[in-house]
Structure formats: structure tokens, C-alpha cells
Design a protein around this ligand. Sequence first.
Ligand SMILES: Cc1cc2nc3c(=O)[nH]c(=O)nc-3n(C[C@H](O)[C@H](O)[C@H](O)COP(=O)(O)O)c2cc1C
Length: 167
Amino acid sequence: MTEAIAKRRSIRKYDPAKPVTKEQLNQLLEAAMLAPSACNSRPWEFIAVTKREILDEIARIHPYAKMCASAAAAIIVVALPQPDMPAGFFPQDCGAATQNILLEAVAQGLGACWCGVYPREERMAEIAGLFDIKAPKLPFCVIAVGTPAEKPAQRGFFEERKVTYID
Ligand SMILES: Cc1cc2nc3c(=O)[nH]c(=O)nc-3n(C[C@H](O)[C@H](O)[C@H](O)COP(=O)(O)O)c2cc1C
């Protein structure tokens, strides 16, 4: 099992004194952009935030992203639905990019938390307003990033009953 997959947990408490560097952020973003996407459409852009006031504002407007108040950074995954692609593909593509960021964060010794935005209309409107994201682009999710100040135990587990083996 890849170590980052086994170790990854959603981190909701961070050490606010420990910054995330631009190099670290770029590595997370490179991981995101290495994700697969339908027809290689790559329907994503990213906003990398380290400005404290904006992190605090995300925590204020998103009821389940309060951890951004202690996170050193946040990445907003912005989706760009492609007119020539079925609408169901972009959330899958952006989800794959998001998961790559979460795993790369673990590999770097950082923690992260995926905070859902799309498809909740009210959260999309708030985050779009904060970052001036205009249609056809839409905010897909917020990912809090920082040095963990908690160490939750592994949560995922293998459930063989959820597998159909066809030998
Ligand atoms: C689509 C999606 C949206 C999520 N939104 C939030 C959120 O808004 N706030 C939060 O604290 N966690 C959020 N999470 C994290 C889940 O709560 C978490 O992954 C789940 O409880 C399993 O825990 P683990 O990630 O530590 O394994 C989200 C996860 C996904 C995949």
C-alpha cells in the first residue's frame, strides 16, 4: 500500500506558526495537474491562498471549513466545465485532482482537508463571490493545507463484502 494513501486523514487542526512555502504549494498543484481527466480535458484552475485575512474569511463563510482559520494555506479548485464534454465528467476530474493534492500533502509531511463546495449553491455563491469566480467557471472545493496539530488514527479499512470478485 502506498504510504500516503494509508496515512491520509482529514486534518482539521493546524499549527498556525508553520508556513507552507510556495515551492510546497507548487508541488501540490503539480500533483493536482497530474490527475487523470476525461479526454484529457483538464477542466480545472487553482487559487492558492496564504493571505491570513482571506483564510479567515473562508472560515467565516464556509460552515465546515473553520479549520482554514489555523491552516497556513488553502487551495481553491476551480472547475471549468467544457461545453463539448458531458456535464458529469468535470466533478470526477476535479475530484481526482483534489485527491492527488491530499495525498501529495501527506507525502510532504503536511495535512489537508477537502471542504466541499460544489454542488451546494449557497456555498458556491459565497466562494465565487470571495474570489470573483465568474461563470462558466465554478468553485469546486476548498482544500485546507498546513502542518498538522492533530494525528487522527487511520480510519479507512478494507471491506471485502463490498467487492464482487469475478474469477
Ligand atoms: C466531497 C467531500 C466533501 C467534504 N467536505 C468536507 C467539509 O466541508 N468539511 C470537512 O471538515 N470535511 C469534509 N470532507 C472530509 C470528510 O468528512 C472525510 O473525508 C471523511 O469523514 C473521512 O475521514 P478521513 O478523510 O479522515 O478519512 C469532505 C470530503 C469529501 C470527499
